[in-house]
Design a protein around this ligand. Structure first.
Ligand SMILES: CC(C)(COP(=O)(O)OP(=O)(O)OC[C@H]1O[C@@H](n2cnc3c(N)ncnc32)[C@H](O)[C@@H]1OP(=O)(O)O)[C@@H](O)C(=O)NCCC(=O)NCCS
Length: 150
């Protein structure tokens, strides 16, 4: 398995996983646009030529935001999500990342566990932020050690 900054050719595999996993899937075009945009923070895990996990977000240094982290269903709970997130964060630090934000459904326990294990802290809640099904958003932040006053 290899981790890499996403390349345009990854958009097909990412969009296929989006369709499989999320009811509000990002389209191929949306994924490809973000991969190609300056400030796109997109990373892919590839095994045997297939995309098996991805992180997509945006970096406007020093702040970044993660929109999605996803692992193919048959590859979960093996540390791939954690390691890809770590790869994305460490690589993005070279581009000035200091504070990384995300929103997560309050009922998405696997994602909350992953983010908490990776050092994200809850900094707020948005009541009924999500629809279909309705859910609160937990806003989380992972900041550099010297920037923890946030
Ligand atoms: C959320 C998701 C990305 C997690 O991916 P994953 O590869 O299964 O996660 P990991 O295997 O890295 O982590 C699973 C567990 O190991 C822990 N873990 C893994 N590696 C670790 C490490 N090196 N150090 C500490 N903890 C670690 C995680 O905290 C988590 O804890 P748990 O065993 O108590 O559940 C995956 O479930 C998924 O794709 N879900 C659907 C999409 C989704 O909801 N994405 C989030 C919203 S966009």
């Amino acid at each position: 398995m290899d981790f890499r900054r996403s390349i345009p050719a990854d958009a097909t595999g990412i969009a296929e996983l989006e369709d499989l996993i999320f009811p509000d899937a990002w389209s191929y075009r949306d994924v490809q646009d973000l991969i190609c945009t300056e400030g796109g923070m997109c990373f892919t895990a590839v095994e045997d030529g297939k995309v098996i996990a991805y992180v997509i977000g945006r970096l406007i240094a020093p702040e970044g935001e993660i929109y999605r982290v996803a692992v193919a269903p048959h590859k979960r709970q093996r540390g791939i999500g954690y390691r890809l997130l770590d790869y994305a964060v460490k690589t993005s630090k070279g581009q000035g990342l200091e504070r990384l934000f995300l929103e997560v459904r309050s009922r998405n326990i696997p994602a909350i566990k992953l983010y908490t294990a990776y050092g994200f802290k809850e900094i707020g809640r948005r009541k009924n932020y999500y629809k279909d099904p309705q859910d609160d958003a937990i806003v989380m932040l992972r900041a550099s050690a010297y920037d923890m006053q946030y």
